[in-house]
Write a protein that binds this ligand. Sequence first.
Ligand code: CMC
Length: 377
Amino acid sequence: MAGDDINRGLEGVPVAATRLSSIDGETGELIIGGFELPELATNATYEETLYLLFHDQVPDSEELAAFRTDLAEQRSIGPAVHAVLQRAAEEEKPAMDALRMGAAAANLGHEDGEPDEDAKRVIAAFPTIVAAYWRYRQGNEPVAPDPDLGHAANYLYMLTGERPAEAAVRGLETYLNTVVDHGLNASTFTARVVVSTESDVVSAATAAVGTLKGPLHGGAPGPVLDMLQAVHDSGDPEGFVREKLDAGERLMGFGHRVYRVRDPRAAVLSAAAEQFYADGGDSDFFETVVEFEDVAVDLLDEHKPGRRLETNVEFYTAALLHGVGVPRDLFTATFGVARVGGWMAHCLEQLEDNRLIRPESKYVGERGRTWTPVEQR
Ligand code: CMC
């Protein structure tokens, strides 16, 4: 339908200059705020990464303490938001729908402020929204945020009501840092489009959640875990992959629009998962994960020769989040908990030098139609 001069999917079209992250799809390099991904993801706390994205430098200890306190003080959500989440849980809406509803309501009970202040409030509220929804969904009372805990630890605490083990916190911290930003992915682009109209950051976060929900973007890790568990039970990765590919299905957790090599985030997350599972997780399960990757990459190569289909971020996200105790149904929402930091930083960057984002379409419809009244059609 589209003509040859249409840039379908906006592939390869740079539309923003950013200092936040850089992706090289050929070499598999991801830089976030000037750091190579493994350097940042495995060392920083999520708050340090956020500070870096907001201020283009890492904080000293005083700046970090103030930033942490600022975020921690804004974690609570009001009764109206709780009511929405409770209803979403009662109606068994998916977590991403609950997060979208919670995000949309996040400024209830608050005066709208400057974009950078609102951005921090949105980031602080996201884990509380997801955890409260989950507690309602499980028939439990929500757990109030604990300001003494860091962002990652507090998220796990609000989900379970128990103080998390250090290894789980580090695993989650690494995950949040790894996926916080990734160039102009679909949800980040959405957020930038929203603020480019001089709308607000709450609207941007809400729209971005809707974009992240889809299986071609953030919706893959839940199905990846289902796949890994099925393969673990059957013990037959090859049979599983062949059946999927013969049925014309895509293998979740493989392939990427930008990367032609293994997604660098997969390397960081697989190392984090390996360490986590070696320290007392279900190591049999992790062996299945690694074996499945090998088998699937080979079969995908047979299936699509010439198109490198390697693991993307979602594959090891499933293994790591499952390990640290994030429920499968919250995987994509937890991606949102991380990525909202990138969305907000991009919104602020867009606003620094704003130009309305307004691409063009090419009309391929009819022309010259004449109107016939309905009773004569
Ligand atoms: N399994 C089987 N075949 C695949 C896969 C896959 N995972 N990915 C791509 N292909 C095939 C696809 O069928 C197509 O073949 P054909 O030309 O015969 O139609 C060819 O490879 C090219 O695919 P494409 O749709 O043009 O590639 P894309 O760049 O638009 O898609 C993708 C990238 C991530 C949407 C795709 O690889 C996919 O659907 N993967 C599975 C879902 C998934 O893991 N999503 C998470 C993405 S990473 C998260 C993020 O960074 O936000």
